[in-house]
Design a protein around this ligand. Structure first.
Ligand SMILES: [Ca+2]
Length: 322
């Protein structure tokens, strides 16, 4: 069994960009009046500077894992209340929503920070498990009929086969198809042991789950990691996308990624798109999948419908989605 290294921070997450303009709720603490974040992403506005925040104190994880690892996820210990919002990823080619990303919220709609502030080293494992169960149960109850994308902390997976059990049980209980589950790897997290990550991905693939590399182009989420993990999906971070309509360097890099994705059969999702001009520029280089406030903000305990999306319209035909 591969265990986290002594001294490795539990869930130390890079706060890697300014919060304005972000696409996943994490980058938009104030934009919709409720701070958002990836399920485990803890980012704060820091004047645009890179900041790191630890979910818990840096201490030897093995001791924590021995005490609260596999057993703690399944012993019924109550965890603080939280729920989910869902933000769509749109498919411009087919003019439909392709997937919904589950994002943690407080029970009264409080932002992700409210939830993440309650995560401690001793409940990190249970929280990770609870996030998956909550996302699946709520998605099933709301009738989500697309891909469901769930953020997870690789460091909160103790032993892949054991940690997946509650996920499998939640899917079976609710009738949610396993091949409609995507797990987004937060690459801003410090992952000391790439072998552990590869084992997780291999185990998840056996069950038909899709693997997405989140926040691509920032922190640890780069081309080398992409080559190692061979994800099904790569999500290009807002940091690279912002104002791509006016920056040929950014647009050329995105265009290159779209080409690589086409060659390798990897779905390339562009995150953080906020303006029509960005959408148009991205379309011009073949971008098909987009997530961002331009199309939809996260919906609290609700699934955005295709009809809710402001599909861009091609010039001259006025009828079909871009
Ligand atoms: Ca994410």
């Amino acid at each position: 069994m591969i265990r986290p290294q002594p001294g490795q921070a539990v869930g130390e997450l890079a706060l890697s960009r300014p919060s304005e303009g972000g696409l996943t709720p994490s980058e938009h603490p104030e934009a919709d009046g409720r701070p958002g974040a990836n399920a485990h992403d803890r980012r704060t506005r820091t004047g645009g500077h890179v900041t790191k925040v630890s979910v818990g104190p840096t201490r030897a994880l093995p001791a924590i894992a021995d005490r609260t690892g596999c057993g703690a996820c399944r012993d019924g210990r109550p965890i603080f209340p939280f729920t989910m919002a869902f933000q769509p990823i749109v498919d411009l080619q087919d003019g439909r929503i392709d997937a919904h990303e589950a994002l943690v919220r407080g029970p009264g709609g409080e932002g992700a920070g409210h939830v993440l502030d309650q995560v401690r080293p001793e409940n990190t494992y249970a929280f990770d498990q609870a996030c998956r169960v909550k996302a699946i149960e709520l998605a099933a109850r709301l009738g989500l009929d697309r891909q469901l994308s769930i953020n997870f902390l690789p460091n909160a997976v103790y032993e892949p086969r054991a940690c997946i059990q509650t996920t499998l049980e939640a899917a079976a209980r609710t009738g949610f198809p396993l091949d409609r589950l995507t797990f987004e790897i937060l690459e801003s997290e410090t992952i000391a042991d790439i072998g552990h990550l590869v084992n997780i991905v291999a185990e998840y693939r056996k069950h038909g789950f899709k693997i997405a590399l989140d926040d691509f182009a920032t922190g640890y989420s780069g081309l080398a990691r992409m080559a190692e993990l061979r994800p099904d999906i790569v999500k290009i971070d807002r940091l690279l996308v912002k104002d791509c309509d006016a920056d040929r360097h950014r647009l050329a890099i995105i265009a290159g990624m779209v080409q690589i994705g086409a060659e390798l059969g990897i779905k390339v999702v562009v995150e953080g798109v906020e303006r029509l001009e960005e959408v148009q520029a991205l379309r011009s280089v073949g971008t098909r999948f987009i997530q961002g406030f331009y199309f939809a903000k996260p919906s609290f305990e609700r699934i955005t419908l295709d009809a809710d999306i402001p599909w861009p319209v091609r010039p001259n035909d006025g009828a079909h989605p871009a």
